[in-house]
Every structure is written in structure tokens, then in C-alpha cells.
Design a protein around this ligand. Sequence first.
Ligand SMILES: [Zn+2]
Length: 449
Amino acid sequence: MSDDVLTVTPRPGIAERLSRMIQLETVSAELDQRGPDSFEAFVSLLAELYPLVHERLSLERITDFGLLYHWRGLRNAQHPVVLMAHYDVVPVDLTDAWTFPPFAGRIADGWVHGRGSLDDKGPLLVTLEAVENLLAAGFTPVRDVYLSLGGNEETFGDAARTIADTLRDRGIVPWLVIDEGGAVVDAPLPFVAGTAAMVGVGEKGVLTLRLSARGDGGHASAPPTLTAVGRVSRAVDRLGPRTFPARTPRAIARMLGLFADGTPQPARTLLRFLAGVRPLTAQVFAALGGEPAALVRTTVAATMQDGGTAANVLPSQASATLNLRIALGQTVVSTVRRVRRRIGDPAVAIDVVEGSEPSPESPTDNAQFALITASVAVSHPTARTVPYVMMAATDSRHFHRFSPAVYRFAPLAMSSAQRASIHGVDERVEVAELERGELFHRTLLQRLQ
Ligand SMILES: [Zn+2]
């Protein structure tokens, strides 16, 4: 079915439906205290709010908190589209002063307020709205479509991973996966003006290491040259920002090239130059420090330190905890090896507390990225669609292990104040953006090939 013969009329009441979702307090981190009732109520609410989705799509419950809706398409059942979102939210700090109560779902002046409005119930809602509206218009997608909804993303639960494993075990390799991550933002970089749809094409790995050393103990009045505390401190000190080499991911070079196109001189020439010479970009970004540096290399932060028992007693042991974010293209093993070499002290033990590999990098020169770009051009006509690399982990990493085209993007414009409200205070979304988000997904599903 071609889109010019299909008339779709979005249903009224989109803000009210999001408000209903926000009012169910699906706080996964407080599951033990609150119990699972709000999560069950959320599943029932979806059936009530989206009657055609409920009737025409099959729903599988995978683990206690995973929902997998399946919409059969005309062909390509083994290579479907997977639209992901999560319906759990992070807790609210009761000492924070919200303008409206965080779980009231207040609608005021064209905005919907409340915890989860951006992360991630708003993005979840716009996918369901698009599917419901297309079903009402009698549309069938060219490919199979799955909606993969998790209820424990914020607590690193297993719903999304088990859904991904289930599909893989059935021989299904998604043609395209879209999950939360980037958004439509203004002035995406300090020297770049305009609006950009930032699409995450990869995410860094996370690694927690524990360094430890032992000492002989004894009275502190006749100390050795290096106590256990001194040894661990020296090891931490050796892990400066230059521990890891800087390397520009393909996506970052592409991002700079795309930004160059709408940027006036002389910044345009600079951006073009940086886009073309990746080793130089890596050096420039590394020298800038902070976020630019984190885009091009593995970062390391010492987060906890411990050792000794008394002010005048030599410590018999000391330890430090390091949090590392592994750059794309590196691994947990190569990172640990480099840390060990850099410390250069066999008396310091290095243990992996927890590690997850960085994701692969999704291409930007394929039909999938072109489809996202074309859909953004309809929903957000002034935005340039640009790839980037995410620092935070999303549920989509479980699909990225076996599915090459995974993109992290919520089709909603968010100001920097709104982005700061995610996991913070006064989280809110503009109703007009919910309508644009629905249009993005509807366009994408209609233009599938
Ligand atoms: Zn989220």
C-alpha cells in the first residue's frame, strides 16, 4: 500500500493517554517496596488505550516485565523492524521541589508533566500511537514489526536481553532496531547552530575494576617506602587521561561533515577539515577534555578508595575502585591489559568487578539510516539527521550483538533544560512533540522497504 492512498487521522487525546501512563508509578528500583501491581496495571492500560494493537497484534510476555508485540507484515518475517522502549521509570527524590506532583500526569499549557514523560513513556507512547493509527487506516507493513517493551531497563534487568535472545533463537535478525538515546536538539555543539536529530549509532562499554594491594602492617613510626595505601594511590595516579589512545569513531567524523554543511564560514572549513582527518580530530577532541574527549577515547575515573584501620597503624590492605567507559573498537580484555601495563606494578592486583563490551557501530550509509533521515524530514523538517556515539547504556545493546542496524533515537525535540529533567526534576514533554513523534514512526512504518 502506498502512502498517497492512505488517509490517516491521528486520534485525539494523545496527551491524556500519556497522562494515564505517568499516573501508574512503575518505579523499577522500588519494586521490592511497592510490589508489581503498577506494572500489571500498565499492561492492562495498554490494552485499554490501544484496542486495535491489542486485537490485531500478538502479545508475548517474556520474563515478568518484558512485552513483545508482533505485527505480521507482508514479507521478510526473518528481518523485521523492532521498535523498543521501556515503561519503568527512575524514582523521585522526595526532597526535590516539582512544579506539579511527579506522578499526577498534569496537562498544562500544551505540556504533559511527570516522571517518565521523556524517559521513556513518551517515546513508548508515540510508537503505539503510530501503530494504532495505521491499523485504523487498514495499513499492513511491508515487513514484520515487533514492539519490544521492557519494564526494568533502569535497574539493568533482563527483560530486553531475554527478548533479544528469544528472537535470535528463532533465527530472526532484525533489519532495523530503534530504541531510546538521542533526540531532536538545538545547537548540538558549541560552534554549531540549528536543529539536529541526534541518532546514536553505538554505545560505550562500562567496566568497573578494583585495584588492591597488601602490606605487612605494623606501627606507623617506622614505615616502609611504600605502604599499601601509597601503592594503590600511585597506581591510580599512573592512570591519567593519556592512558588510552584517542581514536575518532566513523560516526563522529560523519557528524562533523554533516554539521559543516549548514554552518557559516569560517567554522565550516574547520569542521570539514576535522571530518576529513580523523587522527587530528581525535587529538583536538582529546585536548578539549570533558565530553569531547569522552567521544574519542576510553575514560577512567577513580570513584572509591579504601584502606587502613587507624591513623597510626600501617595498612595491611588498601583498594581503589575505577569506573571506565570503553571506547568503541576496544574490549574489556584489551582495556584491562592496558591498565595493567600502565600501572606496571605486579604487587597491585586488578579484579574485574563488572564489565560490558562496547557495542559495534551501526552504519550511516545504508537504507536504514536513510529511512530514519527521511522520516525526520517529515516529522521535524528543520532538523538535520546526524549520527553520534552514546556514553550511556541502553537496552538496545542486547540486539546490537547480532543485529547490525541499531539506532538510538527518540523522535521528540528536547531543550537542554528538558534533557536535564530526565532522571531529575520537572520532567515534561510538549504535546506538539508527541504528535510529531507519532508522525515520525508512522512515516517510517509506511516507507519501509
Ligand atoms: Zn530510559
